[in-house]
Design a protein around this ligand. Structure first.
Ligand code: ADP
Ligand code: ZN
Length: 211
């Protein structure tokens, strides 16, 4: 099963991605996570990506496409994968078409008014990547899942969030049309209900379609 996860920043892609990859035994490939790992390790790609990420802009397409193209050749991707955060514009989508065949696109729609609070209140586990909203933590500073330290992503501040949202609206949202025309889109809506509720809907749809 080769899937793409599409949705605005803050739509809850990361949380759903973990659940989908566990359930279907496919590897979760997040370009944002790859860039953050590179940054942590001080690689050339990390240093290059940093300036774009800090501004909420896209890392250049050539760099991003090369990383994904290479990542898909790893052995763990042979059984299937879930792409999270890629493609993010038409150029990347067309590049992907040259090296992969996608079975489905899970598109998570969300009311934009929910996003600012979700992103600015988000805390992420340094170890396992799980995310939480500060209002649900009751002061906790470690991850309930693995005990890792929780931190606030540098790009989860009001200015950078605004630019990430406009990049999404201008460059990424057109992909909904692109994949609808290809007949592979699966549409969902994220609400204020717990993420398990949305996951049940996604699971039912994927089970019906792919099993
Ligand atoms: P979110 O979806 O919450 O904005 P991500 O972790 O997916 O967060 O991405 C964080 C940042 O990493 C983006 O704002 C961008 O700078 C960079 N990035 C991630 N994926 C891509 C991509 N496919 N193309 C270009 N830049 C990307
Ligand atoms: Zn954790």
């Amino acid at each position: 099963m080769k899937l793409i996860l599409l949705g605005a920043p803050g739509a809850g892609k990361g949380t759903q991605a973990t659940k989908i990859s566990e359930r279907y035994g496919i590897v979760h490939i997040s370009t944002g996570d790859i860039f953050r790992a590179n940054l942590k390790n001080g690689t050339r790609i990390g240093l290059l990506a940093k300036s774009y990420m800090d501004r909420g802009e896209l890392v250049p397409d050539e760099v991003t496409c090369d990383i994904v193209k290479d990542r898909l050749t790893w052995e763990d991707a042979a059984k299937g994968y879930l792409l999270d955060g890629f493609p993010r514009n038409l150029f990347q989508a067309e590049a992907l078409d040259t090296f992969a065949e996608i079975d489905g696109v899970v598109n998570i729609n969300i009311d934009q008014s929910l996003l600012l609070d979700r992103l600015c209140g988000r805390r992420v586990c340094r170890e396992c990547g799980e995310s939480y909203h500060v209002s649900m933590l009751g002061g906790a500073t470690v991850c309930a899942r693995c005990g890792g330290e929780l931190y606030q992503r540098k790009d989860d501040n009001p200015e950078t969030v605004a630019s990430r949202l406009s990049v999404y609206n201008e460059q990424t949202a057109p992909l909904i049309d692109y994949y609808t025309k290809k007949g592979v889109i699966l549409n969902f809506t994220s609400t204020e209900a717990p993420p398990e509720v949305l996951f049940e809907e996604i699971r039912e749809t994927l089970d019906r379609r792919f099993r």
